[in-house]
Each structure stands twice: as C-alpha cells, then as structure tokens.
Design a binder for this molecule. Structure first.
Ligand code: PEP
Length: 253
C-alpha cells in the first residue's frame, strides 16, 4: 500500500497572527508544485482561522497543536475539536511531548482527545516517544508500547482510518540531536508491527508514521528515505518557509 508522505510543521508558541499569515502565504506559494506529499502547518489556536483563510485553495493543510476533549462547557481557556474544525483545520496534533511534560497530559487524556478528534472528523497526529533516561534504561519499546496501547485502547479500525503516528524521541526535540537512521528504522518497524498486533495489517499498512526530532534540510533526505518513515513532524525548522520547503522537497535532488 502506498502512503502519501505528510510533512507537518509545528509552530508551537511562535508567531503572532500577522506573522503566521505571512509565513503561511510564503509557504503556500513555495508549495504550489508539491504533488507527491501533503504539507500541514499547525499555528497557535489564535492564528488558526487567519491562516486557514490565507491558504485556502493552496496545497497546504492546517492543523491545531492540541484540543480539549469535551464538546463544550465551563472549561476556561480550552478549545474544543468542533471549534478547531470550524476554524478550518483538518488535523490536530495530540499528545506532543511538550504537552505531556509541561501540561500533565497522560495516555488517558491523549485517548480522550483522539476520540474527540475522530468524532469531529479531525485527523489525529498522535505523538509518542521516549525520554533519554528511558532509552538509556533500554525501555524504549516498553514506553512506546504503553503509549500506543493505552492511547488507542477501545478504538475500532474505522475510527483510526485517518490516524497519523509521530515518533518523536523526547531527547531529540529542539535539541539539535537527531536519532540515527538505525534507531529510527528500528522504532518505526516496531511501531508498524505493534499496530498490526493491536489491530490488523490493514491499519498497520495504511497508517502514516512520521519521525520528529531536530529534522532539518541537511538530514531530511536520509531520515525520509527510511522504509517505514512516512514523513516528518518539524518544529524549529518549519518556522521559516525557506528552510521548511527544503525539508518538504527532500527528494527533489
Ligand atoms: C516538534 O516540535 O515536534 C519537534 C520535533 O521540534 P524540533 O523539530 O524543533 O526538534
């Protein structure tokens, strides 16, 4: 089965509305010829409607960096999946390690958020990954197994038809340290077989598994060339359209 690669940019808490619109428009123009992959950008909640409007009709998809799992209610400061969808997003990043680390996200809340995304028709980009301590203790597979099993517990094949997994070793995010080709290959193979074990081969074959962690124009070709890697989740290097397009076009040279 062929999987269309997804190159996603997580803009974290960077860029005001006007700045996000400017970069999004620049990127949309640079992506006009990109036919062989999907490109998604995830600005802040505040910029979502502005960016969605600015890139309408282009090849760019827009995503949120998070969502809250309740439909509506007295949850001060939160934003629901419906609100995100209405703002023009098609994707939602869920369970990013910064949310797990700084905002107490658990596999249980990740699961509820995936459910909210699925019910609303948002495509979930579920982030998983081990810390350096866990890798050094040889617990990488154990950690990933738990994150995937608990995060996806109770879902059926149809619920997960648009699922995207993003393997992001915590020690490689924003640190300039990239996982080696061998490390990424080993984990991505493991994750695909885990999906097959937990669900079935159809889901394992169709699910895009992205790599994230200090992806840059200089290493994108090697990382994206790995058999079970179906794209990238990019933080820092996605903030500048000129740098991001060189990652998106990793296979152009
Ligand atoms: C991320 O935010 O998901 C990420 C991978 O960040 P960076 O590319 O900056 O390491």
């Amino acid at each position: 089965m062929s999987r269309t690669p997804l190159i996603a940019g997580n803009w974290k808490m960077y860029k005001t509305g006007p700045q996000a619109v400017e970069t999004a428009k620049e990127l949309a123009a640079l992506c006009s010829d990109v036919q062989d992959k999907e490109v998604m950008i995830a600005p802040t909640y505040l910029s979502l409607p502005l960016v969605s409007q600015a890139v309408k009709g282009s090849r760019l998809y827009v995503g949120a960096q998070n969502l809250y799992f309740e439909k509506e209610g007295a949850y001060t400061g939160e934003v629901s999946a419906d609100m995100i969808k209405a703002a023009g997003a098609e994707y939602a990043i869920i369970g990013h390690s910064e949310r797990r680390q700084f905002f107490s996200e658990t596999d249980e809340s990740v699961s509820k958020k995936i459910n909210a995304a699925v019910q609303t028709g948002l495509k979930p980009v579920m982030c998983i990954g081990e810390t350096l301590e866990e890798r050094e203790a040889k617990k990488t597979f154990l950690v990933l197994d738990k994150q995937v099993s608990d995060g996806l517990k109770g879902f059926g094949l149809d619920d997960l038809k648009d699922l995207v997994l993003a393997y992001e070793p915590v020690w490689a995010i924003g640190t300039g340290k990239t996982a080696s080709v061998e490390q990424v290959e080993e984990v991505h193979q493991y994750l695909r077989s885990l999906l097959e074990k937990l669900f079935e081969s159809k889901l394992a074959n169709q699910t895009r598994i992205l790599y994230g962690g200090s992806v840059k124009p200089e290493n994108a070709k090697d990382l994206m060339g790995i058999a079970d890697v179906d794209g990238a989740l990019v933080g820092g290097a996605s903030l500048d359209a000129g740098s991001f397009i060189n990652i998106i076009n990793y296979n152009a040279v």
